[in-house]
Write a protein that binds this ligand. Structure first.
Ligand code: NAP
Ligand code: GDD
Length: 324
């Protein structure tokens, strides 16, 4: 079976490509053509991943990627996925994260592949934004708080519409924050785990962060890609919240990281705050209810919050020691 993953060089792409290869899939990863020459993230991928070239802003390249990979399952993970940048590059974010999904859906239709392909769309808990209820379920109304959240809500509604209008097998995973050693350094968890590792190794004295009170439902990316695959195996496509149901603040993530590095959990000593990391509009708290995924997919998270933090800090202690 052939699977095409867009955004294969990202955190989830790395986990999902490994997961699908282990299941015996032939895995095609879509990457920007120029990256093949110098991107370290491509070098991180399993060598069995076959590269096809394409970009969510280029319809022709999407059609070529679909023709070349001839997939039965497509996982659309590509996005401008950093909320912070979406405030300074809103047009780019709308074009990639929102309109890119329209281009992909239309590419599938133009090639007459609607009944051959099952599509997974990476929807996001960021769509809930200023939450209308807690915990959030598949039925909680959206109130996005960033251009990224708005673009994801557009893409989500579009996928539901194409599912209803053209009977396409499209499932949207409304994934809450998920992290791990492959997380990008722009996101707060990786910024904390690598920053704490530098402090523990004597390479730095403190971390500089924004809002310490923001709270998230943080899970492990390795657990979450399994849910993506399970959604593609159902007879009927649907939308699923994927979360842990547990909430922790940024402050707690720092404390747990300091403990993992055998340092005192003393934020006054190790953390400075800088308003430049505060967002124009914030998502204060996210907490997901994954009951539907548990009931219909048999999915549940495995890695706990302390295990996740330990995994990330231990990984960064090794990386930072090697690099410096
Ligand atoms: P990520 O690490 O930021 O990876 C994003 C991927 O998208 C990268 O491979 C990037 O390629 C690619 N990309 C960016 N612009 C593109 C374009 N114009 N055309 C094609 N590819 C492009 O994100 P992630 O954490 O793996 O998340 C995967 C997906 O899940 C994203 O859609 C994200 O919005 C969504 N999501 C993530 C979370 C989370 O907590 N991680 C939660 C909910 C939803 P380059 O390497 O070339 O830049
Ligand atoms: N990045 C970052 N850097 N965030 C900080 C910082 C900092 O220095 N200080 C505090 N924060 C706060 C942010 O304001 C936010 O409330 C929280 O930490 C988490 O920020 P991120 O790690 O950047 O993640 P996010 O929740 O905005 O978005 C992630 O999760 C979404 C799902 O809810 C991304 O992976 C999105 O792509 C994903 O859709």
């Amino acid at each position: 079976m052939n699977a095409l993953i867009t955004g294969v060089t990202g955190q989830d792409g790395i986990h999902l490509s490994g997961f699908l290869l282990n299941k015996g899939y032939r895995v095609f990863g879509m990457v920007n053509g120029q990256r093949q020459f110098n991107d370290h993230r491509i070098k991180n991928l399993d060598r069995r991943v076959e590269l096809v070239f394409g970009d969510l802003t280029d319809s022709v390249s999407l059609m070529n990627a679909l023709i070349e990979s001839n997939p039965t399952e497509v996982y659309n993970l590509a996005a401008q996925s950093f909320v912070g940048i979406s405030f300074t590059q809103p047009e780019l974010t709308a074009n990639v994260t929102g309109m890119g999904v329209l281009r992909l859906l239309e590419a599938i239709r133009r090639l007459g592949l609607e009944s051959q392909i099952k599509l997974y769309q990476a929807s996001s808990s960021e769509m809930f934004g200023r939450v209308r209820e807690t915990p959030q379920t598949e039925l909680t109304p959206f109130h996005p708080r960033s251009p990224y959240g708005v673009a994801k809500a557009f893409a989500h509604h579009l996928c539901v519409n194409y599912r209803e209008a053209y009977s396409m097998h499209i499932s949207c995973g409304i994934l809450f924050n998920h992290e791990g050693p492959n997380r990008g350094h722009e996101f707060v968890t990786r910024k904390i785990s690598s920053g704490v590792a530098k402090i523990a190794l004597g390479q730095s004295t403190h971390l500089t962060l924004g809002n310490l009170d923001a709270s998230r439902d943080w899970g492990y990316a390795g657990d979450y890609v399994e849910a993506m695959w399970l959604m593609q195996q159902t007879d009927l496509p649907d939308d699923f919240v994927i979360a842990t149901g547990e909430v922790h603040s940024v402050r707690e993530f720092v404390e747990q990281s300091l403990i993992a590095a055998n340092l005192e959990p003393d934020l006054d000593r190790y953390v400075k705050q800088d308003p430049k990391f505060i967002r124009p509009a914030e998502v204060d708290l996210l907490q997901g209810d994954y009951s539907k995924a548990k009931e219909k997919l048999g999915w549940a998270p495995r890695v706990t919050f302390p295990q996740l933090v330990n995994m990330m800090v231990e990984n960064d202690l090794i990386l930072e020691a090697r690099e410096n």
